[in-house]
Design a protein. Sequence first.
Length: 276
Amino acid sequence: MSLDSTSLMPTAPTGPYGSLAALEARSISAWFGQHKVLDRVSLTMAAGEVTALIGPSGCGKSTFLRILNRMHELIPGASLAGEVLLDDQDLYAPVRRITDARRQVGMVFQKPNPFPTMSIYDNVVAGLRLTGTRIGRDARDALVEECLAKAGLWKEVRDRLRSPGGALSGGQQQRLCIARSLAVRPRVLLMDEPCSALDPTSTRRIEETIAELVAEVTIVIVTHNMQQAARVSNQCAFFLAEHGTPGAIVEHGPTEVMFDSPQDSRTYDYVHGRFG
Ligand SMILES: Nc1ncnc2c1ncn2[C@@H]1O[C@H](COP(=O)(O)OP(=O)(O)OP(=O)(O)O)[C@@H](O)[C@H]1O
């Protein structure tokens, strides 16, 4: 597949976004009990870019993503080795609180998961309570509008902010989840197949939102949709777990190169739909 003129691939920002952060994974290995599922994976996810993680089912993409915001360690029996650095600071340093790591590295999941009975407004600010952030009413109102606007949802919900989040369509719920993630001002946003439960129109809107958001937050997205990886990402990393071995990165680089002239024939075969 070649990249075409419909690409939404954003360019790295040149604007006044001083807080853009790079995320670097160094030699990450992961286990569930005795089962090793990732083997020494290293990847730098550049500030102000969208990095897509691609590869067949079961090669460890979601596990890798969960390690990037310290969710992996919550799973009973799960363990890991290696380092994750957010702007050169160790995310797993003993002095760093886990809630702080999650605030700085947010996550949007495959299935939209707003609090269904909570209002749209309260959904957006729900993360503030969890992180113990206190702000006044006016600032809160402004934050809700800002985050809903950034998630591309403000115009659709501005007149019904007190309606329950669960009353929105699937695509709107996913954009509400993006707004909720943004409200705590993360420096990195992880997205685990955020469009796989959505129709093509909602998918397109989320992709447009990603293209706009990357000006202020570094994005890492797992996707099985190669057209989507081509449209939204600047960089791609191809994961593979061959013949029962733990997942590893075969190749990574600029998306255009990964699709048009990768070094490894397995990368070419995968992105062109020949397996997986
Ligand atoms: N909670 C868990 N307990 C035990 N094993 C797990 C758990 N979660 C994932 N695994 C195993 O870890 C390996 C990697 O799974 P993971 O979900 O990270 O892969 P993936 O590439 O994201 O797959 P998919 O594309 O299907 O989501 C698989 O062998 C899977 O069975």
